[in-house]
Design a protein around this ligand. Structure first.
Ligand SMILES: *Cc1c(COP(=O)(O)O)cnc(C)c1O
Length: 221
């Protein structure tokens, strides 16, 4: 089943790239938060190279159980400062940097340079985490003192009930923000990547330039 889902998603990714005339890479990140380590293992054996969890406990559980496999590890959820030390040196990409206080804790605990995405609240919904688009440039500049942090890109979550047209607007706005940050030419913020798109909206995200799509329910249905 998982193998079949994986192939279907790959096909959709390919199609969306074609629709957008894209030849660059789109990385499929398998989100395993709904499933056990056995299912996560099956997905990697089917060809998924990137695995993501949104909670530190589940991250550590999967990380330990799958240590024999070659996996690029992502932490995609809100990270409490007191838990930074438990996981930050194990993750390859952290997707939810949203405050200077969190950045400073990462700076303090990091034993190497940590690749992060800044989470942007592109829709402006109050319930959503993330830096507002207006504050983004100042925030990126404030990270200068954190030399253990490398801003590889921006991440967002679209509102649950957005229409297709609205999704195009949100995702293209994140792309514009990405271009603004990368044009600052800061050595610690190349900001070339876009982590956007989940099971319900990844095709639109790819049309708008996503380079990492985070897919859970459609992979493990
Ligand atoms: C759960 C989750 C996903 C995957 O959601 P699906 O709709 O199941 O694909 C992606 N990103 C984040 C941050 C999540 O928490």
């Amino acid at each position: 089943m998982i193998e079949q889902n994986f192939r279907q998603i790959q096909e959709k990714i390919k199609q969306s790239k074609q629709n957008a005339n894209r030849t660059d890479e789109v990385n499929l990140v398998g989100v395993t938060k709904y499933v056990d380590t056995n299912c996560a293992r099956q997905s990697v054996e089917a060809g998924v190279k990137h695995i993501a969890e949104n909670r530190t406990e589940l991250f550590l559980e999967k990380y330990q159980a799958l240590s024999d496999l070659e996996i690029t590890w992502h932490l995609i959820g809100t990270l409490q400062r007191r838990k930074v030390k438990d996981v930050i040196n194990l993750v390859d990409y952290f997707h939810a940097l949203d405050s200077l206080r969190l950045a400073k804790e990462i700076q303090k605990r990091a034993e190497r340079i940590i690749s992060v995405f800044i989470q942007v609240n592109i829709s402006g919904e109050e319930s959503k985490h993330g830096i507002s688009a207006d504050e983004l440039v100042d925030f990126v500049i404030s990270l200068k003192e954190c030399d253990k942090i490398k801003v590889v890109g921006l991440m967002t979550m679209a509102p649950l009930h957005a229409s297709e047209a609205e999704l195009h607007v949100y995702f293209s706005k994140l792309r514009e923000c990405r271009d603004i940050v990368s044009n600052l030419k800061l050595s610690y913020a190349p900001c070339t990547e876009l982590s956007m798109g989940m099971s319900q909206d990844f095709e639109i995200a790819i049309e708008e330039g996503a380079t990492f799509v985070r897919i859970g329910s459609q992979l493990f249905k």
